[in-house]
Ligand binder design. Structure first.
Ligand code: A2P
Length: 279
């Protein structure tokens, strides 16, 4: 049982935008995932984000509480009955210092206004789709690799995930495994759909089969040699990038170097970028 102080810190008075937590799974002292109920009216496109959070501490002067909200990519696909989120835990983070203590049955606030650029609509048709993620930046791709349209629209989907250590790869690894064994997707897409999905995990601070930042492994050609691909070209390749500021800046330069142009909802092109929530 939680100490009373922690429980009171996460108890949210019932608000119009309150949802109920249904499941929480901790991976490391820095990472966890949770699921919650989905508002019946919430429609979103796989890859989009919403604002979620908790009530903040009471103002010492007025005693009033204000919602503490942050942008979180929805990690579950659009067809799922519930919503899933993948989060960092920052011990002095205003929201995640509290959010990391949520348990099934607790309430959280969810503003039902999904937005974002990591959506199929922001890309022109192509043959191969790359997802480049670091850390919790894998969240929108967790949604997109469970989205049938991804497999309808592309011949090959490559998910790269760079993390500090092996334990931080667990969420993505489990997810890829679950997609490959997903009977509903197999029924919908035909057996063998999962062969389209290529998973390319790398670590930077702990020994693993593939070491190094994905940016470096692209620049020196390692990724292409490993996957038996000639390279990335604007004719066939599309890309979505989600991670730290550094990853996003470096990947933009790399993709522009290959001749890909940044797209948006109003002007689709060859790649799109979004910053992962980091605090
Ligand atoms: P590194 O260990 O070399 O910093 P974090 O947990 O700090 O968000 O980082 C997640 C992963 O992203 C780490 O493996 C980190 O590598 C990597 N990373 C950080 N900056 C970049 C970048 N500019 N390009 C590619 N990978 C990066």
């Amino acid at each position: 049982h939680k100490p009373v102080t922690e429980a009171s810190a996460v108890k949210v008075p019932t608000l119009p935008d309150a949802q109920t937590v249904t499941e929480v799974q901790h991976y490391t002292d820095r990472l966890f995932r949770f699921r919650c109920t989905r508002p019946a009216s919430l429609r979103f496109r796989s890859g989009e984000f919403v604002m979620i959070g908790l009530m903040g501490d009471p103002d010492p002067k007025t005693g009033k509480q204000k919602p503490l909200l942050r942008a979180y990519s929805i990690a579950s696909p659009a067809w799922d009955d519930e919503l899933e989120f993948y989060s960092i835990k920052v011990q002095d983070g205003p929201l995640t210092s509290k959010l990391q203590h949520i348990e099934a049955g607790d309430q959280l606030i969810l503003r039902p206004k999904p937005v974002g650029t990591l959506v199929h609509d922001a890309l022109l048709p192509g043959k191969r789709l790359w997802f480049f993620a670091t850390g919790t930046g894998i969240a929108p791709f967790a949604s997109l690799i469970r989205e049938p349209q991804t497999y309808e629209d592309y011949d090959q989907i490559i998910l790269t995930h760079t993390c500090r250590d092996v334990a931080e790869l667990t969420y993505g690894r489990d997810l890829v495994e679950s997609v490959r064994n997903d009977e509903m997707l197999a029924e919908l897409m035909g057996e063998g759909f999962a062969d389209k999905l290529v998973y390319y995990p790398t670590t930077t601070r702990e020994e693993s089969p593939k070491m190094g930042r994905v940016t470096e492994l692209l620049k020196d050609g390692t990724v292409f040699r490993d996957l038996g691909i000639d390279g990335i070209t604007p004719e066939t390749d599309r890309a979505m990038v989600c991670g730290s500021m550094g990853l996003n800046t470096d990947m933009k330069a790399i993709l522009e170097g290959y001749g890909l142009r940044e797209g948006s909802n109003s002007e689709p092109a060859e790649y799109v970028v979004e910053k992962a929530f980091v605090g």
